[in-house]
Write a protein that binds this ligand. Structure first.
Ligand SMILES: Cc1ncc(COP(=O)(O)O)c(C=O)c1O
Length: 418
């Protein structure tokens, strides 16, 4: 019989699921995960973000265990799903109503379609480097290998029909003048504007989100915040609460499914009405069905997660620890005398190996990828697990976890390839 690794290499393209290569995890408790070789890691990958309160949280496990024997999927409303939608409406400023899907990619695809259906125009404006899932439209200018002139969109994957690029306009993130010029020139063609309010690692400059809001509102163009990462992480009300700018629609995922496949489109009732044939009629109806949408296990896990997040001090604690870690990383970068900086917010950040301002995708391209790969590899060998370009903080991390991480970072810097 094959070893597990041989089997993976035989039956999976590239030997993996498309996510983290070269790692098979068997267990996670809190922020501690273990691989097939029995090696333990302090986890800053956190399942790429969903496990904001840690792996196998007792409240989530209990909620799931209560639901499992009662049935695992119905293709109909279920109480946990309805309660989760209610919790989202209560928490998220733009959310009058919620439609569930199973992944963030799906949520973004439908949100763009919904905006087009509402406004009756076809083009979507996005920002270069913004991640909006894996649909044909989502994969425009996410990580372009060449610098096209704005607003030309570049497909990031084989297999995408060339004409899709004509449906998208691309602007540089954090550039108010460029964004305004594009909206002025194209407002008649725009079905919507989509952005990550915090793009990958890059915070919005003061006034940027408000300017996008103002320009889109002026022309009645639906503004979509992709809050798949930031929802319930930056604040209980998401990045729209944290930065104080309310879009018309948002997409949510990761945390709201408590580690199970669940995502959502949420927004203004008059736009969400396009999911309701009885309200908008056949011509304006947006068909949307999904076998597992609003799955009761995922909804129960999400509800239990949100309950933990509503506990007093939940966000204060994780923000304080994240801030302390950002400061610790910054101090060690300074001591090592390398051109690098910590970019992000206290719940989601990383070291970018470049000097100067990091305000958009092209600034990010200046980063020294060799340094980043070295540090990530060295940290992983030292028992610290993170994604290629992110530290996700969790409520379950402790000062001791962070202290060990800072030691590992210092050790990685000490043997940096020059
Ligand atoms: C901002 C953003 N949008 C959408 C997605 C896609 O979500 P999913 O992986 O659930 O399809 C991601 C995934 O990381 C994301 O970070």
């Amino acid at each position: 019989m094959d070893s597990l690794l041989d089997t993976a290499n035989r039956v999976l393209p590239g030997g993996h699921f498309g996510n983290m290569a070269g790692l098979t995890l068997v267990e996670g408790q809190g922020v501690h995960v273990r691989d097939t070789a029995g090696r333990g890691y302090i986890d800053f990958l956190l399942g790429s973000g969903p496990m904001f309160i840690g792996h196998a949280h007792p409240a989530v496990t209990a909620a799931v265990m209560e639901q499992v024997p009662r049935g695992t999927t119905f293709f109909a409303n279920n109480p946990a799903g309805i309660r989760l939608a209610e919790a989202i409406v209560d928490a998220v400023a733009c959310a009058d109503q919620v439609r569930f899907v199973s992944s963030g990619s799906e949520a973004d695809m439908y949100a763009m379609r919904l905006a087009r259906a509402f406004r009756g125009r076809e083009k979507i404006l996005k920002f270069e480097g913004g991640y909006h899932g894996m649909s044909d439209h989502g994969l425009m200018s996410l990580s372009p290998k060449r610098e096209a002139n704005f607003p030309q969109a570049i497909p990031d994957s084989a297999g995408i029909p060339a004409h899709i690029a004509d449906d998208m306009l691309v602007a540089p993130y954090n550039d108010i003048d460029a964004m305004l010029a594009l909206i002025e020139a194209h407002h008649d063609e725009l079905g919507g504007v989509i952005l990550e309010p915090f793009q990958r690692l890059i915070p919005p400059k003061p006034g940027f989100l408000a300017a996008v809001r103002e320009a889109t509102a002026r022309y009645g163009i639906p503004l979509i915040f992709d809050e798949v990462v930031t929802g319930f992480r930056f604040a209980y009300g998401g990045a729209q609460s944290y930065y104080g700018v309310t879009p018309d629609l948002c997409t949510l995922g990761k945390i709201i499914g408590g580690g199970f496949p669940l995502a959502a489109i949420a927004g203004r009732a008059d736009i969400m009405a396009h999911f309701d044939r009885a309200k908008v009629g056949d011509d304006k109806f947006l068909m949307q069905v999904g076998t597992l949408s609003g799955n009761p296990i995922a909804a129960a896990a999400g509800l239990a997660t949100l309950e933990v997040l509503r506990e007093p001090g939940a966000y204060e604690g994780v923000f304080a620890l994240g801030r302390w870690m950002m400061e610790g990383l910054t101090a060690r970068i300074k001591d090592a005398g390398i051109a690098a900086q910590v970019v992000g917010e206290p719940v989601l950040f990383d070291v970018v190996y470049a000097g100067g301002e990091i305000a958009n995708y092209r600034d990010m391209q200046r980063a020294n990828a060799r340094y980043q790969a070295h540090v990530n590899r060295h940290m992983r060998a030292g028992g610290i697990l993170k994604g290629d370009s992110k530290y996700y903080m969790s409520l379950a991390h402790t000062q001791a976890d962070v202290a060990l991480t800072l030691d590992a970072f210092e050790a990685a810097l000490a043997c940096m390839p020059r």
